[in-house]
Design a protein around this ligand. Structure first.
Ligand code: 5BU
Length: 470
């Protein structure tokens, strides 16, 4: 086994130094197993190492599937060496032909073992698992050549996938040290890095939100998401107020009153009867003064070319002032492409949320639709930064959830709206932000004119409040 570690090191598949990762974080080591395809001898050794791991762990399965792209040749080599049937999972869905996401022949209900090259957060394995399961396969385990030991195993366990590994980074570092290929200083730097870059084990539905601490302190590829997390930390708030009022004056008055307590003000510009050119400018001024973002709840749901115009033009010219907007995934990725294009033309960055679930009674969204939203959103990150939903969507926490339908009492409004309590959504459902409308601006004991906001829902959705729940 150590021969393989040595060979990987010598062909540059394992590098030590300072490397900037996709997330912007600097890592003292870098793993690039793609180079293995240029060395048939190493590829054979990799297949043998996987087969040994599979035997030792007594993993039970009927067929294998590699995570595209790096693990595809690994899975092929394992299939050949071990005489094991394989399926292939597409990274992109075809727009023509069979529309299948899994290629190959298999009996429904077959157990598929996922093969991966390196695991950090486990999100790539989860994506493949989702595709496989949606095509009738069972996924209960995955095996990886190198586990970076940053918490991906726990993320996968929370989703009922057992992760086996041929190497853990610690064992690999020890082997390299024993062979005098790296010195103890390098080893210590790697250990220190691993310790501080642990991904929180995501018992997906029940973990407290990671926004204020872990994720918030990392810089991401999305400036809007960074801005939102920074505001959330600064103001210790996870509250978005939905100001569904009909006049610009009422809107400004709510914005001024709740401004100090919120991180986002959500509006429906098309409800305002006297919307004028200066309305967004006034909102922007209040938002800047009180430190919150503006979210136009437009729920775009048309073909790409139409949403380009709806987003950028018309009376509301949303792309010119909103920080966040949302869309239904129903039309397919074209709706996202259209919104992105309108953003690029306006020269402003706007963050997109996909509506993955709704709070209204009898809505037609089902589990498969929600899963497709998750896939579409992942493909569209960092333009797409999260969801409107009723529960945590992305166990890695990269994409956050804002939940509407919140009041202190879990009842309805007589027109289909179903309310949940802040406790339920935060503690049981693992959402990140709460959207509250009438629970605040139409509360029986209104917040207006009070020196303190005690006694209304406004005081609940704070970071401290959430922390008391866990
Ligand atoms: P409420 O007054 O707290 O019920 O307002 C909820 C807001 O969230 C309102 O603006 C709705 O348009 C919005 N909403 C929702 O209630 N449920 C959903 O599933 C979605 C949006 Br999507």
């Amino acid at each position: 086994m150590d021969n393989l570690v040595k060979d990987l090191f010598e062909v540059g598949a394992l590098k030590f130094g300072t490397f900037k990762l996709k997330s912007g974080i600097e890592s003292p080591f870098y793993v690039d197993l793609r180079v293995a395809v240029s060395h048939p001898r190493i590829l054979k050794q990799i297949a043998a190492a996987f087969l040994k791991g599979i035997r030792e762990h007594q993993v039970e399965f009927d067929l294998i599937c590699g995570v595209p792209y790096t693990a595809l040749p690994f899975a092929t080599a394992i299939a050949l060496e071990g005489n094991i049937p394989m399926v292939m999972c597409r990274k992109e869905q075809k727009d023509h032909g069979t529309r299948r996401t899994v290629e190959g022949q298999y009996a429904p209900g077959s157990r598929c073992l996922i093969i991966e090259d390196v695991v950090t957060s486990g999100s790539s394995i989860l994506e493949v698992a989702e595709s496989l399961v949606s095509q009738g396969l069972k996924v209960t385990s995955a095996i990886v050549l190198l586990d970076r030991e940053q918490g991906g195993r726990d993320v996968l366990r929370a989703m009922d996938i057992e992760l086996f590994s041929v190497y853990g980074i610690t064992g690999m570092i020890e082997a390299l040290q024993n062979m005098h290929l790296i010195d103890s200083l390098k080893a210590e730097t790697v250990y220190a890095f691993l310790q501080k870059s642990q991904i929180i084990p995501a018992d997906a539905k029940r973990q407290p939100s990671r926004i204020p601490q872990e994720l918030g302190s990392e810089s991401s590829m999305s400036p809007i998401r960074d801005q939102l997390y920074a505001i959330s930390r600064r103001k210790k708030s996870i509250l978005c107020v939905a100001a569904d009022v009909e006049s610009a004056e009422e809107l400004m008055s709510i914005a001024e009153d709740v401004g100090p307590h919120i991180c986002v003000l959500k509006l429906h510009a098309d409800i305002i009867r006297d919307w004028a050119t200066e309305t967004p400018k006034r909102l922007q001024e209040i938002a800047a003064r009180h430190d919150f973002l503006l979210f136009e709840d437009r729920k775009f749901a048309d073909i790409g070319s139409t949403v380009v115009a709806q987003f950028g033009s018309g009376t509301h010219r949303i792309a010119s002032w909103a920080h966040i907007t949302n869309a239904h995934a129903l039309p397919g990725p074209g709706v996202i492409d259209g919104l992105r294009q309108a953003c690029e033309s306006s020269g402003r960055m706007v963050g997109l949320l996909l509506v993955a679930q709704m709070s209204s009674k009898g809505n037609l969204i089902d589990g498969r639709y929600t899963e497709s939203c998750l896939r579409m959103a992942r493909d569209a990150f960092p333009f797409c930064i999260g969801f409107i939903a009723q529960e945590r969507m992305d166990p890695t926490g990269k994409l956050f959830v804002m939940a509407p339908g919140v009041q202190l009492e879990a009842k309805g409004d007589g027109l289909g709206q179903q309310y949940n309590t802040p406790e339920h959504l935060l503690k049981e459902k693992g959402v990140d932000f709460l959207i509250v409308g009438r629970g605040i601006y139409a509360a029986p004991e209104p917040w207006q004119g009070r020196t303190k906001v005690q006694g209304t829902i406004l005081e609940y959705p704070s970071i401290e409040y959430r922390e008391t729940l866990f």
